[in-house]
Design a protein around this ligand. Sequence first.
Ligand code: RIB
Ligand code: CA
Length: 326
Amino acid sequence: MRRRKVIIDCDPGIDDSLALMLALSMEELEVTGITIVCGNGPVDMGFSNAKKILQRLGRLDIPICKGAEKPLKREYVSALDTHGADALGESFLAEVPGYEQPIDAVEFMARELLKGDCSVIALGPMTNLAHLIEQQPEAFARVEELVSMGGNFRSHGNCSPVAEYNYWADPDGAALVYRTMADLGKKIHMVGLDVTRRIVLTPDLLEYLKRLDGELGEFVQAITKFYFDFHWQWEHLIGCVINDPLAVAYFADRTLCEGFEAYTEIETGGISIGQSVVDAEGFYRKRANGVILTRTDPLRFFKMFFGRLLKVDEQELDLLEKLVRS
Ligand code: RIB
Ligand code: CA
């Protein structure tokens, strides 16, 4: 099996951290590096949290390169209200000293993409990718596949009635990426809220994880408790939506999500700033630049997620049939 080379561009972040744990448990992926963008937390906080996750996994061999400290044009607006003061659920894990890399996120992305056969999974605002397009467009053009957790089609936004955080936080960055993919005749895979809202980590699922592996379960509980409280406070949801791991799972197994191809632009101003405007009906008569995912199977996702994190065969996880919210 050819291991697929991938860069994970992220803003860890509670669900980003779960996504990193999933990606690094997958034999079929070769995570060549992690690039950090300002998003859920400031870029230095994201760098610090990525180190904590990699140290826990014994994978500090993987470079983590810092990127944008602010969006392309908008003022930076964090999501610390959702992810906690440390952007890791106020778990306040011990800092991992040092580990600064000699190159920044854009230089790292350019170097890896120019080698060829390398994809990107973007789990935060797409500011780093936008800077790469501005500074080294020939490197961006080499991206094998681009999967983005972001946007929404028919599902309502989480930052406004129509906008999802990653695209709302840096709409100009997202718009440039979508425009450039259109110019290149390529398609970005939009793993948006229409599918990620189906992926709910519930207290029962967390308890099951703890029963199967106490240490892992306690760690996941430590970084998600704040997120559970946020979802109860703001959505009266008992559980938490873990968006980013679905993008990683979909990258590894395309059959996890279904959708359609469409031309898509990102609104960069006005009341609907950050909205992913999906031309599902073909009004603009433009070639599709997006694969818009609209359906997924939460049970299949959690079988993959638990199976990989626990390193067990999915067949052993029979209780998931009863626990996963359909
Ligand atoms: O809207 C959800 C997305 O914004 C997730 O990637 C979350 O981590 C935040 O970055
Ligand atoms: Ca994220």
